[in-house]
Every structure is written in structure tokens, then in C-alpha cells.
Design a binder for this molecule. Structure first.
Ligand code: HEC
Length: 257
């Protein structure tokens, strides 16, 4: 028989009753695995956005802001079609495409630019798009403007609700840690929430201002590190520190002082 600590002296991670430890440790194990999977998913989706494995600022910019120079027409005008039109015509088309290829400017101005510079082939040769028709041009003028507002709203609220739940329980478990100074506990518990909000706000800012992409990385990195620290300390105290048989006293009461 282990000695029973006085009053609530068992209320700390090393001295918790085994069933409660089983609950906490099982939860942390599953959440830890979930975080690794989330990391892998970010690598495979956002990480590949620029076509290369690994998460970079470009990936983040492509995912949220989009690639507004990424239309086929602009690509071609910088590639195999570069010599086809006059330099003014090229610039004119590129500007119009970057503006989203608005139909209002098609007739009569832009249509004429295509006619003068491109129609001798596009419209005359088979198997290449006929640029006399706006629809054909429009299809090749599509650029990506990143995440849509509706996607951002959906993903934002799912993340805020879901991840707050994770941080709540991770922080709750960590609040029973023994021997951690109160200021450090407060900091560790509050930090993930702060970074989570920063992360999600910066998705929205980056959608319009690509220069803020680095904030998203800082946000995600920040809450991963903060919750990782709580995870490791909690597991260590419950499973390893507990073996020395010491009684650590009521962890919450210690934080009252
Ligand atoms: C001398 C003939 C010729 C002229 C002039 C010409 N093109 Fe092309 N264009 C081609 C051919 C041939 C292809 C198919 C081969 C290729 O993609 O390089 C093509 C392909 C393209 C494509 C890719 C189409 C697709 O389905 O992916 C775009 C975009 C394009 N041209 C834009 C232009 C624009 C804009 C102009 C005018 C500034 C222009 N081209 C002028 C011959 C021409």
C-alpha cells in the first residue's frame, strides 16, 4: 500500500490516482498523434502548393493569397508566345489578365489587341484556341486568388472551436503539474490560445496582403511548441516522475499562494 497523502495532497500529476492518469495519458497520446497527422497533412496540402515538398512562405502565399500571375496566358506571353505581339500588346494583355480579365474591357479594345497580334494563328490554325471569342480567352486567363472567403470562414470556425477544445484539456491537465512556477504555468496555458487566434487572423490578412504569410507560420509554430512543452511535462510527471514515491501536494492550492 502506498501512503495516502493528507487532504488533496494527491492533486498533482505525479500523485494522481491511476484511473485519472489513464484518462489524461490516453487523451494526450491520441492528441499527440493527431497533431503529428495534422502536421503531415499541412505538408502534403499547403506544403505542395508551390510544387515542392516542404512548407515555405510561397506555399502559404499560394494557399491564402493565390498566384495572381499564374494564368496560362501570362505564362505563355513570358514563354513560347513572347515574340508574338508587340511589347505594348503583351503588357496590355498581361495587365488586363491580372485585373481578372473583365468582360467590360473586352469589346472593343482588348479584342482588337488579340486580333492584331494573335489572330493570324489563334483563329486560323486548328487545335489552338480561337482568341476571337471572349470565353476562350477567359478560360486561359484564370488566376488563383487563393482561399475564398467562404472557405476561410468555414475553416476558421472549425479551427477555433476544435483546437480550443484540444488546448483547453491539454492546459487543464498541465495545470496539475507539480513544481512548475505559477507564472510559467499561466504562460504555457495561455500561449496556445494566443497563437491560435493570431494564426487564424493572419489567414485573413494574408488573403489580401501576401506579406503577412510569415505570421501564419509563427502562429502555427508558436502553438505547436507551447502545447508540445505542456504535453511532454505532463507525460513525464505522470509516468516517470511519479515513480520516486514522493508526495507533491495539491498543485492548485500551491498556485493560490
Ligand atoms: C505564329 C502563330 C502564333 C501567334 C501569332 C500566336 N500564337 Fe499562341 N500559340 C501558337 C501555337 C502553335 C500554340 C500551341 C503551342 C504552344 O503552346 O506553344 C499556341 C499556344 C498559345 C497558348 C496556349 C494555349 C493552351 O491551350 O494552352 C496561349 C495562351 C497563347 N498561344 C497565347 C497567344 C497570345 C496571347 C498571342 C498574341 C499576343 C499569341 N498566342 C500569338 C501560335 C501562335
Amino acid at each position: 500500500m502506498k501512503p495516502i497523502p493528507p487532504d488533496l495532497g494527491w492533486m498533482n500529476l505525479p500523485n494522481l490516482p491511476t484511473p485519472v492518469k489513464a484518462l489524461f495519458a490516453g487523451y494526450l497520446l491520441a492528441i499527440g498523434l493527431g497533431l503529428c497527422m495534422a502536421g503531415m497533412q499541412i505538408m502534403l496540402t499547403h506544403g505542395m502548393a508551390d510544387g515542392k515538398l516542404g512548407l515555405s512562405l510561397e506555399d502559404i502565399v499560394y494557399s491564402y493569397y493565390g498566384d495572381r500571375s499564374g494564368s496560362t496566358i501570362e505564362g505563355k506571353l513570358n514563354g513560347s508566345m513572347k515574340e508574338m505581339g508587340t511589347p505594348e500588346a503583351r503588357l496590355d494583355i498581361i495587365k488586363w489578365v491580372r485585373n481578372g480579365a473583365p468582360e467590360a474591357e473586352w469589346e472593343p479594345r482588348i479584342k482588337e489587341v488579340f486580333k492584331q497580334n494573335c489572330a493570324m494563328c489563334h483563329g486560323a490554325m486548328p487545335n489552338i484556341p480561337d482568341f476571337a471569342k471572349y470565353e476562350n480567352v477567359k478560360k486561359l486567363a484564370k488566376t488563383s486568388d487563393g482561399a475564398s472567403v467562404s472557405t476561410l470562414t468555414r475553416v476558421s470556425h472549425i479551427h477555433l472551436f476544435g483546437i480550443s477544445f484540444i488546448f483547453f484539456f491539454v492546459g487543464f491537465i498541465f495545470s496539475f503539474a507539480a513544481g512548475v512556477p505559477r507564472w510559467l504555468k499561466v504562460l504555457a496555458i495561455v500561449t496556445p490560445f494566443g497563437f491560435l487566434i493570431l494564426d487564424i487572423l493572419s489567414w485573413w490578412v494574408t488573403k489580401w496582403v501576401p506579406g503577412f504569410a510569415w505570421l501564419i507560420i509563427i502562429g502555427g509554430f508558436g502553438y505547436s511548441v507551447a502545447s508540445g512543452v505542456m504535453w511532454v511535462i505532463s507525460m513525464y510527471q505522470m509516468l516517470i516522475l511519479s515513480r520516486n514515491g514522493k508526495v507533491y501536494g495539491n498543485a492548485w492550492e500551491a498556485d493560490l499562494k
